[in-house]
Design a protein around this ligand. Structure first.
Ligand code: ATP
Length: 235
């Protein structure tokens, strides 16, 4: 579904990512882990288009994504749930979800989609009329995920959904992702610093360090890898 080959990308001609190749098959759950500053967010921004790559290719369902305007990419079925959630603070929860449904697929499926989103994340129904800026961090993260789902995506990209959340809330969010994936078969690309959870739930994982993929494999192999166990799992 998503094929990133030899992607070099960064800011003001300074590469942050160097020749990164990552493949996400339809229906797969792929996690990208790595330390602060490795370039994980830059990778997501390159896919959604707020950062322009300097080299390499990104194909989505066979289409050359780099030839498609960033504003058109969500309409292909790519939803980016950004780091730090970035909900519209002065809009209500429901208005935020409506904003998410700006794609044609999102508009068409709004009525059934909103019921599903409320069933997965009931707190959003309870707080539908509340201003998003007054939600707790965990609730805002759920709203950001709900807003991504409202676009009826094929690929959901999540940038550190557990960031700044208490462990129990982060666990709840991971459980929800598993449930949503089980119910929908949605393709998920996750960036996380919580390496244990990110690998536990994924089919396949990549380790990104200082802008390069240094390790990849199926999640079981990665969880058993000595380098991962020592550097990321504290074993
Ligand atoms: P974190 O987990 O801390 O969010 P990350 O792996 O997502 O890290 P990025 O946010 O992609 O890493 O940052 C990678 C590098 O790019 C860092 O050295 C960062 O300082 C640099 N960088 C990020 N955004 C910009 C920008 N707008 N202009 C210049 N450099 C940037």
């Amino acid at each position: 579904m998503l094929e990133i080959s030899k992607l070099t990308s960064g800011y003001s001609e300074v590469p942050v990512l160097r020749e990164v190749s990552i493949t996400v098959g339809a229906g797969q759950f792929v996690s990208i882990v790595g330390p602060n500053g490795a370039g994980k967010t830059t990778l997501f921004k390159s896919i959604s288009g707020t950062v322009s790559p300097m080299g390499g290719a990104i194909r989505f369902e066979g289409e050359d994504l780099l030839k498609i305007a960033p504003s058109d990419r969500p309409h292909l079925g790519i939803a980016h749930v950004p780091e730090g959630r970035q909900v519209f603070a002065s809009l209500t929860v429901l208005e935020n979800l409506e904003m998410g449904a700006f794609t044609e697929a999102g508009r068409k499926s709004w009525k059934t989609n909103i019921d599903k989103i409320f069933a997965w994340l009931p707190v959003l129904r309870e707080r539908a009329e509340q201003l998003a800026g007054t939600l707790s961090g965990g609730e805002q993260q759920m709203l950001a995920i709900g807003r991504g789902l409202a676009s009826a995506p094929k690929l959901l990209m999540l940038d550190e959904p557990s960031m700044g959340l208490a462990p129990a809330i982060a666990d709840f969010i991971f459980d929800k992702l598993i449930e949503i994936r089980k119910d929908t078969g949605l393709t998920i690309l996750l960036v996380e610093q919580r390496v244990a959870e990110a690998l536990q739930f994924a089919d396949h994982g990549y380790v990104l360090e200082t802008g390069r993929v240094v390790l990849e494999g199926n999640s079981q192999a990665l969880q058993a890898d000595d380098r991962i166990r020592q550097a990321y799992l504290g074993m």
